[in-house]
Design a protein around this ligand. Structure first.
Ligand SMILES: C[S@@+](CC[C@H](N)C(=O)[O-])C[C@H]1O[C@@H](n2cnc3c(N)ncnc32)[C@H](O)[C@@H]1O
Length: 284
């Protein structure tokens, strides 16, 4: 019967060299999950024998990871804005750089009772983070994917975020049905922005497991952003803000789109200095 230490070494070896993986950490977390042990138990009792069923569960998880299944899908969880969120196949795994959208919206918000819409909520990461930071806000979170909305609803319930309304449909269609009396204060989105031709170049974790519709916008990659920028003025209050994530290399094209009636256009950079989000105010 192998002991925990043997299994850790075995798992680490199996994941060694996997691009983007952290073999030591991933093997430890997968072992903990497979056995129901705490981190302390794994580290303090390296010679503890592991049951046959525990070994099977662990080896299955390691094999899936070695086959490039995203770590977050194997765990069924990903942290965003320090909030544990349930994630699963068919719905995009939230990325750390998307926290920039939350930061930007919070900086733009006034007293916290704003009406905010998020288009393309995925597993609900941005909407749930905003709902927790702004419990007095009205948040409308939309997605074209039913599977995404199911997961987002689950995450909102898990976090007790009661101030989010979920609506399905294409881009602005759900907002037309949302009874937005005075309009939105802020419209936020992490839209698909990958060009069709770039899809095959993405890591297998993304290309083979994450939903293409969540990432690819069309031939140029800018198609959804163009629709967002063109359609948002109808739903925003005068002086309201549009905040959205952009892809690497899209800053110049996005700035060119944000002309009249947009004002106060700014680009927000991620920790690596890459422009990652655009913000603009609707001129009054
Ligand atoms: C890049 S993902 C962002 C998910 C999530 N907000 C996040 O940041 O992790 C884009 C999301 O937009 C949704 N989406 C794609 N096209 C859409 C459309 N035309 N209308 C509404 N949602 C759309 C996808 O289903 C996906 O959940």
């Amino acid at each position: 019967m192998p002991a925990t230490h043997d299994l850790l070494v075995e798992g680490r070896r199996r994941l060694d060299g996997l691009p983007g993986a952290d073999p030591a950490l991933e093997a430890r977390v997968l072992l903990r999950r497979a056995l129901g042990f705490t981190e302390m138990e794994i580290l303090a009792f390296p010679d503890r024998p592991v049951s046959a069923s525990g070994v099977r569960r662990y080896r299955r998880a390691i094999a899936r990871r070695a086959a490039r299944v995203p770590f977050a899908y194997i765990l069924g969880e990903r942290e965003f804005w320090s909030i544990p969120l349930t994630v699963g196949p068919g719905v995009l795994i939230p990325r750390p750089e998307t926290e920039l959208l939350v930061e930007t919206v919070l900086a733009l918000a006034g007293n916290g009772d704003e009406t905010i819409a998020e288009i393309g909520t995925g597993c609900g990461a941005v909407a749930v983070a905003l709902a927790k930071e702004m419990p007095g806000a009205r948040i409308i979170a939309t997605d074209i994917s039913r599977r995404a909305l199911l997961l987002a609803r689950k995450n909102a319930a898990r976090q007790g975020a009661g101030n989010i309304e979920f609506r399905g449909g294409d881009l602005f269609a759900p907002l037309r049905r949302a009874a937005l009396q005075a309009g939105l204060d802020i419209l936020v989105s992490n839209p698909p922005y990958v060009a069709e031709s770039a899809w095959v170049l993405l890591e297998p974790e993304v290309r083979d497991f994450e939903p293409k519709r969540a990432l690819v916008a069309g031939p140029s990659g800018l198609e959804t952003i163009v629709r967002l920028v063109a359609g948002a003025p109808e739903f925003l209050k005068p002086g309201g803000s549009l905040v959205f994530e952009i892809g690497r290399g899209q800053a110049r094209a996005v700035k060119a789109l944000l002309k009249n009636p947009w004002t106060d256009v700014s680009l927000k950079h991620d920790l690596r200095g890459i422009p990652r989000a655009a913000a603009a105010r609707l001129g009054s």
